[in-house]
Design a protein around this ligand. Structure first.
Ligand SMILES: [Cu+2]
Length: 114
């Protein structure tokens, strides 16, 4: 009886360890740590919807939804991004660049390049 109990405790510990390591690895997968200009596509929204960067910098979009989204402007198009897929675009011109998601045109975002 005591042996069974130990097994149960070990199983719980193993499950907890798996959970904890699973969480931390998914946190590592969040964003691209080297790119400070990251826009998450989540809940049918660009977050943040407006981002300001300096000329020559790039913006990385990461889709967090199960639904496919795009980041599509006049001068760039991510194409359809599945969950956890990302798209990086460099902006070498100053200006305001509006963009939408092609399948959901009500999703709007803006990149301001200074
Ligand atoms: Cu979309």
């Amino acid at each position: 009886m005591g042996k069974n109990r130990n097994i149960v405790i070990i199983l719980i510990l193993v499950a907890l360890t798996a959970l904890i390591s699973g969480c931390s690895s998914s946190m590592d997968g969040q964003g691209t740590p080297t790119d400070k200009n990251t826009v998450l596509i989540q809940d049918y929204k660009f977050q943040p919807s407006e981002i300001t960067i300096s000329m020559g910098e790039s913006v990385t979009w990461i889709n967090k939804d199960s639904v496919k989204h795009t980041a599509t402007g006049d001068s760039f198009d991510s194409g359809l991004l599945g969950k956890e897929e990302s798209f990086k675009q460099t902006f070498n011109e100053a200006g305001t660049f509006d963009y939408i998601c092609t399948p959901h045109p009500y999703m709007k975002g803006k990149v301001i390049v200074k």
